[in-house]
Design a protein around this ligand. Structure first.
Ligand SMILES: Cc1cc2nc3c(=O)[nH]c(=O)nc-3n(C[C@H](O)[C@H](O)[C@H](O)COP(=O)(O)OP(=O)(O)OC[C@H]3O[C@@H](n4cnc5c(N)ncnc54)[C@H](O)[C@@H]3O)c2cc1C
Length: 443
């Protein structure tokens, strides 16, 4: 009998696992079961597609279901939700929404790649259907469909970056947007100083930002704050994501930080024959060494690849994460990697921070923009622990250097003396990252 590997979920982690498995093993059956209508869609491109005025998300996948079947013998089934797992009999129950019936499918190896979902606040009225998260193409289509019938005001609750990207697209489409967050600032994955730059950019684009607001509940068309209320036609939830693991829990898999699936470094779960990869999983942080929840597209692809290689009888381990986020929001490039000051203190480091406000280009080169680097380091070892970088341009190069430096365990003095070359149109001399590392090494 040919072995059947069944993958639950049909996004980044699932596709990476399937491709890698097929590369190593030709004689197994690979079945991907995806509840959504557009398997393999690149969800990171949804905001850009919305921004460009498109309402159609059908062709966001790099390969069609037919190509995957004919070229790689990967059987991708859209519109099918796995509703139960029977680990004793090694079967799953699938609700086939196309045919309107339930079917049972046997597996030899099972991979959970069920990703994440938007967090809902635990407040009165928060289960209302007009409180939406954009996590996939279905959500995006529904949001645009509703706003087409009744374009108006959208309130964004929270300030996570993927939702702010969607908010930016809505602003570009002429919709009145108010961002309201209980946090000190938006983009709370970084220091409030970075979030303040993002808030300013949002405001410059004509949207409203209200920070430090505690929300007490929702009614149709209203968000209630402690001393005020905001009228809106729809609420977009931007409170971050949580692992989508109800099915994994039902299947008896051990859940860890933030209810994400516990795996070993080969992406094997605590149940034999069951693997997991992507945003539904815990990861190990490369700086703190702690396991936690740091979802992201690159980590999802890496973990999928690792699961696929191991299923294909190879040996691979996941590298771990720096929790890197890098994006462009309302005309501002913003990135964070490693541990920021708060994370580092919480992880037990004697953390210190240096902030340098520099320029994106050499003084002699016209058009430079302000570029701020916040470097977190350990006072005791001088090791660089994290970096946050924000500006209108020039974030990618210092981010890449910081990622390599943190991964390699470099000290502040070593980062200050790296030979990264110099291109006047692309970097000041010395660069803000070099200056920050130098200042930290001399403190
Ligand atoms: C709007 C937006 C923009 C983003 N931009 C970026 C970015 O710029 N950079 C970045 O690093 N990350 C970004 N992300 C996050 C990134 O998309 C995710 O980290 C990545 O997609 C995770 O991949 P995954 O395969 O683990 O999970 P997901 O992409 O969440 O996919 C999980 C899939 O499983 C399916 N599924 C779940 N349960 C079942 C079930 N029971 N049966 C069948 N199917 C099921 C879901 O329908 C879903 O398609 C963005 C996310 C969004 C929503």
């Amino acid at each position: 009998m040919i072995e059947r590997v069944l993958i639950v979920g049909g996004s980044r982690a699932a596709y990476a696992a399937a491709f890698e498995l097929r590369r190593h093993k030709k004689d197994c059956q690979i079945v991907i079961v995806e509840q959504g209508a557009h398997p393999g869609a690149d969800v990171c491109s949804i905001p850009n597609r919305m921004m460009s005025g498109f309402d159609d998300f059908a062709n966001l996948a790099s390969s069609t279901v037919t190509e995957l079947r004919d070229r790689y013998q990967i059987d991708v089934r859209g519109g099918q939700e796995v509703v139960a797992v029977d680990t004793g009999n090694e079967t799953v129950t699938i609700n086939d929404t196309n045919a309107g019936r339930e079917v049972t499918l046997k597996y030899d190896q099972l991979v959970f790649a069920t990703g994440s979902r938007g967090r809902r606040p635990d407040l009165p009225g928060a289960d209302r259907s007009d409180l939406v998260s954009v996590r996939n193409t279905n959500d995006a289509s529904k949001l645009l469909g509703t706003l087409k019938d009744k374009p108006g005001r959208v309130a964004v609750l929270g300030g996570d970056y993927t939702t702010l990207l969607v908010a930016e697209a809505l602003v570009m489409r002429g919709i009145e947007v108010t961002v309201v967050t209980p946090g000190e600032e938006v983009f709370d994955q970084a220091d409030p100083m970075v979030g303040a730059v993002v808030s300013e950019a949002i405001t410059k684009h004509g949207a409203t930002v209200r920070v430090g607001e505690s929300v007490s509940g929702f009614e149709p068309g209203v968000i209630y704050l402690k001393d005020d209320a905001i009228s809106c036609d729809m609420v977009l939830l931007g409170l971050g994501s949580e692992a989508n693991t109800d099915l994994a829990h039902q299947a008896g898999l051990t859940l860890g930080a933030r209810r994400a699936i516990v795996t070993d470094r080969r992406q094997q779960t605590t149940v034999a024959g069951i693997w997991a990869a992507g945003d539904c999983c815990e990861t190990r942080h490369l700086v703190s060494g702690e396991r936690g929840y740091w979802p992201g597209a690159l980590a999802a692809a890496q973990q999928g690849q690792v699961a696929g290689a191991n299923l294909g009888d190879h040996y691979a381990v996941s590298p771990g994460t720096l929790g890197t986020i890098s994006t462009r929001l309302f005309g501002i490039e913003v990135a964070r990697t490693g541990l920021n000051e708060l994370d580092a203190r919480n992880a037990g480091f004697d953390a210190a921070v240096v902030t340098v406000e520099g320029q994106s280009r050499a003084d002699t080169f016209a058009g430079g923009r302000a570029l701020t680097v916040r470097l977190t380091y350990d006072r005791f070892t001088s090791r660089v622990l994290g970096a946050e970088i924000v500006g209108e341009e020039g974030v990618a190069a210092p981010l890449a250097t910081a990622v390599a430096a943190i991964t390699g365990g470099l000290t502040t003095a070593e980062v200050a003396s790296l030979d990264g070359g110099h291109v006047p149109s692309r970097s000041a001399l010395p660069s803000p990252l070099t200056l920050a590392a130098l200042e930290a090494s001399e403190s």
